[in-house]
Design a protein around this ligand. Structure first.
Ligand code: GLU
Length: 428
């Protein structure tokens, strides 16, 4: 599902440059914000179960911490590159700024396929990642979290290693921890729910009842599954879900005109978010090509998998019926496709706004961990809804007032906030 010529960092910089021009950002601030402040590239030796040693490549990139400690996930993926991590760290800065939480942007990763590693190998990899970076991350420096193919278990191994090195208990070092070990209730659901809060607001603004809408989703990981569940709970109909099939090593779309039951998704997916094709067939789904999700006659498209999924090869296949694209993934639309979508009349909820629910809840987790006082789930989700709703409304109102594309409006808000913080600090 990825293209080797696509470079997410160039995409992130092109988006930034466009808006820097619109708002007339000065040269020094542009130079500061269009690239990361710091990068760490390192090797991680891991003793494998068969007694051999494998060397993995790891990264941590701090894009900007003018507004607070850097914040962002760690991704385990075979196609991870330094430029992917750079782009994702940049999007984290804008994400934290658009929802107005006092954090900057960072991202980490390891080139690996955790599906091919045993539990023990994964644990040693997590601990090895922390050992290489333990003095350059931390609760007041840079706070990691889960991302693609990492989860609460990985976070706890990382926390344990960090605490062993630093000799104390630092639950604010990392977020996305297991709930019984300092995690926040609602963190697992937060990104997917946040996507749906923004969809709900967008539909309300258009005067459309969510119960009369249908959606097609790409991805079946944490973000996609919880987005599907809440969307369905609010009355929406899911007609197609596209997902990677681990056995066949390719992606398929699973469609059902009667509607797919989001509550069944956990039963047909593995813990890396891959759908088991035979179980999907048992559920009555039609198996279609990997791109079929994008061609559905639906009101809403939710790309919630990886970068560069909507590109020049498939953008023309989007149905005229589609009114909203809610970007659950980071960078799912590439620059060329975005030019076409921008002029199509489709209302785009850009990635760093749509999927900001995860980091917003991570911020709540940090607050709870640091205070050592934990909130009820309702309280977490209510605060999350408030943050997402007000961020969405600010972007929508600015887009309407300034006749701006929603992605540009979100960038205007974020870049101005970060530039202002850098100026107040006397950096530029
Ligand atoms: N990995 C998530 C994201 O891309 C969450 C980051 C966090 O919680 O720090 O937004």
């Amino acid at each position: 599902m990825t293209s080797s010529t696509y470079n997410p960092y160039e995409n992130a910089q092109a988006q930034f440059d466009r808006v820097a021009e619109i708002i007339g950002l000065d040269y020094a601030t542009r130079q500061l914000l269009r690239q990361p402040m710091k990068e760490y590239h390192f090797t991680i030796p891991v003793r494998m179960d068969d007694g051999s040693t494998r060397i993995f490549n790891g990264y941590r990139v701090k894009h900007n911490d003018a507004r607070g400690p850097a914040k962002g996930g760690i991704r385990f993926h075979p196609e991870e590159t330094a430029d992917t991590v750079r782009a994702l760290s940049m999007w984290m800065t804008w994400k934290c700024a658009v929802v107005d939480i006092p954090l900057g942007g960072g991202k980490g990763g390891v080139i690996c396929d955790p599906r091919q590693l045993s539990e023990g190998e994964q644990e040693r990899l997590c601990r090895g990642w922390v050992r290489q970076i333990a003095w350059d991350v931390g609760p007041v420096i840079d706070v990691p979290a889960p991302d693609v193919m990492t989860n609460a278990k990985h976070m706890l191994w990382m926390l344990d290693e960090f605490e062993t090195i630093h000799g104390g208990r630092y639950p604010g070092f990392i977020t996305g921890k297991p709930v019984e070990m300092g995690g926040s209730l609602g963190r697992t659901e937060a990104t997917g729910y946040g996507v749906v809060y923004t969809i709900r607001e967008a539909l309300e603004g258009m005067g459309i009842d969510i119960q009369n809408t249908s959606a097609s989703i790409q991805g079946c990981g944490n973000v996609a599954q919880y987005a599907a569940q809440l969307y369905q709970e609010l009355g929406g109909h899911i007609v197609s879900i596209a997902c990677w099939d681990h056995a066949d090593q390719m992606a398929y779309s699973y469609a059902n005109e009667e509607g797919l039951d989001a509550r069944e998704l956990p039963n047909i997916t593995d813990r890396y978010g891959c759908i088991d094709k035979s179980k999907a067939l048992d559920m009555g789904c039609k198996v279609q090509s990997c791109d079929a999700w994008i061609e559905q006659d639906v009101d809403i498209l939710i790309p919630a998998a990886m970068e560069n999924q909507i590109n020049l090869a498939n953008v023309d296949k989007i149905s005229k019926k589609v009114k909203i694209i809610a970007e659950g993934a980071n960078g799912p639309v590439n620059t060329q496709a975005d030019k076409i979508i921008r002029n199509s009349g489709i209302f785009v909820i850009p990635d760093f706004l749509a999927n900001a629910g995860g980091v917003t809840c991570s911020y709540f987790e940090q607050v709870q961990s640091n205070a050592n006082y934990y909130w009820e789930k309702d309280e977490v989700l209510q605060k999350l809804d408030q943050k997402m709703t007000s961020a969405f409304r600010a972007v929508r109102d600015l887009a309407a007032r300034g006749n701006l594309y929603t992605r540009d409006a979100a960038y205007v808000i974020s870049i101005n906030r970060v530039a202002h913080a850098a100026k107040m600090r006397g950096w530029v």
